[in-house]
Write a protein that binds this ligand. Sequence first.
Ligand code: NAP
Ligand code: 12T
Length: 344
Amino acid sequence: MLKSKDKYVVAVVGATGAVGNEMVSILEERNFPVETLRLFASKRSAGSTLTYKNKEVVVEELTEGVFKGIDIALFSAGAQRSNTFAPIAAKDGCVVVDNSSAWRMDPEVPLVVPEVNPADIERHKGIIANPNCSTIQMVVALKPIHDAARIKRIVVSTYQAVSGTGRDAMEELTQQTRDLLTFQDVKVSVYPHQIAFNCLPHIDVFYENGYTKEEIKMVNETKKIMGDDSIKVTATTVRVPVYRGHSESVNVELAKKLTANEVRAILAEAPGVIVYDAPQKNVYPLPFYASGKDEVYVGRIRQDDTVENGINMWIVADNLRKGAALNAIQIAEKLIENAKIKND
Ligand code: NAP
Ligand code: 12T
């Protein structure tokens, strides 16, 4: 349990990564009540520094003994590190908000998007999981529609940015683009194929049934966050040569009819959502413009008459912010709010 305090000792585990870096800037931006900031990464980065509130903070090596005295630990150093270190941190009295896929489907671990299921936070036993980036932005937009007209089935195809894979993938897109434009040989290392000027229908690993792990995450996590196992979900997840911002084409079948205008009105009131939908003026969500923003952008809202009560839409958000670092920090902010309420 988090004790109510004015300020907290906060750790970012995986601080030198794409998500960890974003966490450090969002803590600063939102003026998170930080007493002391501790940064952790592997031995490789230990001793390097990151800037927080105009001060250099030294990155320390992640080891078992480091968690004593830390109140809140934001993990983003891969599932393997979360598997090993999150239980150790929890045992030492930290509340862990974990960005990896390690704990998401554990029934003991709440999987939280604050706009959707904030009440689940308080079930935690030391670890709270942050959902997959593609799932987060989809459920932020779909929860209010589910509340209004019950979603029976979701068909989603994603167009995911390379920053979802981390800093090495961003570098690979840059390097391949540079090499192609200067007639050099292209090197492939992070992804199994060239990502520059290409699309790969392959995110995370393949299962025997032909689906990728990313697709199955979207299926299972959506049900868990929405608290409704009856929602059918099928997904195709695709990597595109975009640095930042995931896009999703989403088709839903509802139990009750909603017109496109009704969906627009519901989403206009929804927390964390911006309706950006005026196609006659070329207004629709784009990853380039959603990048750096906190909200989930929804546009291209239209009726699908090929099924009963069908709606199509296009959902875009910054995968490093709402899809990862921001959502984790919003969870931590809720924890603090709850601790204050209990203390009063
Ligand atoms: P990244 O840019 O490759 O960064 C990886 C981070 O993990 C770096 O800080 C790295 O430190 C650290 N790390 C690697 N091995 C370590 C070890 N043995 N001990 C301690 N630290 C270690 O990756 P990223 O995109 O930031 O993603 C990090 C993790 O966040 C992913 O693996 C994934 O689990 C999660 N994630 C979740 C979402 C989501 O959907 N919510 C999205 C993206 C990522 P060094 O500098 O020392 O190498
Ligand atoms: N493989 O945290 O490559 O489940 O874009 C997030 C993003 C795993 C995760 C990616 C991934 C996760 C990716």
